[in-house]
Design a protein around this ligand. Structure first.
Ligand SMILES: C[S@@+](CC[C@H](N)C(=O)[O-])C[C@H]1O[C@@H](n2cnc3c(N)ncnc32)[C@H](O)[C@@H]1O
Length: 245
């Protein structure tokens, strides 16, 4: 694996091509995305109608897919990175190669829009939020998680995390992190009443995972660190909200 941070600018989407072999490795560079996908999916209720559509903006390799099984959605994933979409398609996602700021899908087509760990990668995150809200049908649900635009977040998610095996070096540009109050205000402008809460990996599970990983022991399925609510949204936070109308 090339260390993307050494050879490409921060947040360059080509990093995902370099890291293509990491997506589905439970202990790989994208391990934490698996934990977050599980927590995000827990916010998604079973589909309320046959043929319900879940649009997954910035779906990557489709890590949300296993956690939606049995919920009754058609899972459509939109992403810039073709190498990731090939893997998402292998996991049952209907893929669209496109930009989350200009999604080629109809207004109001989605019962659920998910945007997991996407907004902090998009230079114009407001345009992606506008698209997410545009895609939602009235009463549809937006679920997302992202990194907050705070000094603590830059310290934890970049300076510290990039020294751990949980986050590839250079994958984040802290200048793109998303202030939670601005995000709530932007969603409100587009008719979505977003509620946010801080989340983090549960410490005992994270320590066990780091220890096992250091010893080269593969994480048994079902024993990945849980993502739990935390009092502060200053670093990592989830949002969910319903579209009015
Ligand atoms: C950190 S990954 C998250 C992937 C997935 N949501 C998950 O949680 O596993 C960010 C993804 O966003 C994609 N991405 C970044 N900017 C994008 C944009 N403007 N439009 C669509 N996808 C984008 C990248 O290609 C990458 O797959």
């Amino acid at each position: 694996m090339r260390d993307a941070g050494l050879s490409l600018p921060r947040n360059d989407p080509r990093q995902y091509d370099d890291l293509a072999g990491e997506w589905w490795r439970p202990d790989g560079a994208f391990a934490m995305l698996h934990w977050l996908a599980q927590a995000r999916a827990a916010l998604v209720p079973p589909a309320a109608r046959p043929g319900a559509l879940l649009v997954d903006l910035g779906c990557g390799a489709g890590l949300l897919a296993p956690h939606l099984v049995g919920k009754g959605y058609r899972h459509v994933g939109v992403d810039l990175t073709r190498s990731a979409l090939i893997q998402a398609a292998d996991h049952g996602v209907t893929v669209v190669n496109g930009d989350a700021t200009a999604v080629p899908l109809a207004d109001g087509c989605a019962d659920v829009v998910a945007a997991g760990e996407l907004l902090e990668h998009v230079p114009d995150w407001r345009a992606a939020v506008a698209q997410a809200c545009r895609l939602l049908r009235p009463g549809g649900l937006l679920v997302l998680d992202t990194l907050n635009d705070t000094a603590l977040s830059r310290l934890v998610a970049v300076r510290i995390a990039e020294r751990l095996p949980t986050v590839p070096r250079g994958i984040h540009d802290p200048r793109l992190f998303v202030d939670d109050r601005e995000l709530v205000a932007e969603c409100a402008r587009h008719g979505v009443d977003l509620r946010v809460r801080g989340v983090r990996p549960a410490v005992p599970g994270l320590l066990r995972w780091l220890l096992r990983r250091a010893r080269g022991i593969e994480t048994p399925s079902g024993q990945v660190p849980r993502i739990v609510p935390t009092a502060s949204a200053a670093v990592l936070y989830q949002g969910h909200g319903v579209r009015d109308g």
